[in-house]
Design a binder for this molecule. Sequence first.
Ligand code: SF4
Length: 174
Amino acid sequence: MTLLENYTREIFRSKCMPGAEGVHCHATLGSDIRDVLPYLNTELGGAAFTREPPSVTLQVHGKLITVYSDKIAVNALRDENEADKILNWLKETINDTWERRQEITPSYDAVAKPVLFEILKLLPKTNCRACGEKTCMVFAARVTDGVKDETGCPDLTDENQEKLKAYLSGFCFD
Ligand code: SF4
């Protein structure tokens, strides 16, 4: 059964900065999706999770997205087209995650760890060991634990170093 069939969206600009670039978007959901939120937290590496009211905050596609049981909020969008693209992607992801929930361990962690795959895809994947680790995979695992960061791989391109830095900025490491 499809969890989320439809939604209605509202687009608005900041009232205090009417000339500012970018729009915000709220989508009111056609069904209650609270049960999928812990699974989304696992799948997308949520930057924050709260049980009451239930919500998960995600950093994806360079946006900060908060998914509640009955609505979705997305900030700093370029325009309505980008809002529609992200909402469509979210709807598909929510339904796909719900369908596969028996394969996923739900996470109720308030502050999730970075997703290893998201780090690994930015690395050169040459396993050159210059970082002091045996493989890029091991280095990525050390980054998810907060032991290493974007400065630890000397072969990382400037662009990917910036991307990794931006991605890691959404997490807290104790
Ligand atoms: S230095 Fe970079 S490329 Fe080399 S193994 Fe470490 S993470 Fe991989």
